[in-house]
Design a protein around this ligand. Structure first.
Ligand SMILES: NC(=O)c1ccc[n+]([C@@H]2O[C@H](COP(=O)([O-])OP(=O)(O)OC[C@H]3O[C@@H](n4cnc5c(N)ncnc54)[C@H](OP(=O)(O)O)[C@@H]3O)[C@@H](O)[C@H]2O)c1
Length: 218
């Protein structure tokens, strides 16, 4: 996997803080980004394990891999903020295109998926991979084992493999899901999982791929 610090842009939030903590606990240098440096520093203190906090732009500039963990409504502005600092880098977008209040209804953007939207907004000089759409942040925030695989999407298979290694550092199983366009499937599935959570009173339904997976043939 890529050496160097991992930036978590929007890392003050539920998903970002949880991923940051698991990565930092696994020994990686993690930088939390926020629109407010003070918030980033407070979140970094909360995460511990040597995690530091910076502005989103400075975190993106310092990271060798940049995770983006912000709500769909904030995706465009956040990517505009970090775009000057991620040229040539791997950006892991976790955005699920939920449009409140109807979060149990699939509402994909015109690009086809939030991941493709991220690629359009960042341009071809950035490698976008998407992941973590279906795992509940409050479960990631604990040390418990989680019954949820992480589907990883991207047009560059080596970049996908890098992100799968990163997912494995968080204690989860990352699985190649194919092209970035396929991210629509996992993004849409999140609304289905939220529906299942509410309908069956589940504390964070997840996704497990059945069958015996061999080595990826890519
Ligand atoms: N929560 C989950 O269980 C979960 C699971 C899978 C995927 N996801 C996806 O992961 C992404 C992050 O989810 P989350 O639950 O962690 O989100 P969140 O806690 O609501 O927000 C994350 C961070 O985004 C920044 N932010 C919020 N509103 C913003 C705005 N209007 N403009 C700019 N920045 C804003 C904030 O950081 P600062 O104020 O510090 O800048 C905030 O701490 C979402 O796309 C979500 O759909 C979430």
């Amino acid at each position: 996997m890529l050496e160097g610090p991992i930036a978590v842009v929007g890392g003050t939030g539920k998903l970002g803080t949880a991923i940051a903590r698991r990565l930092a606990k696994a020994g990686r240098a993690v930088i939390i980004g926020s629109r407010a440096v003070q918030s980033a520093m407070e979140a970094a203190t909360h995460v511990g394990f040597g995690t530091t906090g910076l502005s989103n732009a400075d975190a993106a500039a310092a990271g060798s891999i940049v995770l983006v963990t912000v709500p769909f409504a904030a995706q465009e502005a956040t990517l505009a903020e970090i775009a000057p600092h991620v040229s040539g880098k791997l950006v892991v977008d976790t955005t699920v295109p939920l449009v409140p209040p109807k979060v149990m209804r699939v509402q994909l953007p015109p690009e086809g998926s939030a991941a493709q939207r991220a690629q359009r907004l960042l341009g071809p000089g950035v490698t976008v991979v998407s992941a973590f759409h279906n795992v509940a942040a409050h479960k990631l925030a604990t040390d418990q084992d989680i019954d949820c695989d992480v589907l990883v999407f991207g047009d560059d298979k080596d970049a996908r493999a890098q992100v799968i290694a990163l997912v494995e550092l968080t204690g989860l199983c990352g699985i190649h899901g194919g092209a970035l366009a396929n991210s629509a499937a996992a993004e849409a599935l999140t609304s289905v999982l939220i529906f299942i959570n509410r309908t069956y009173q589940v504390d964070g339904a997840g996704l497990l791929i059945s069958g015996q997976l061999g080595r990826p043939a890519l």
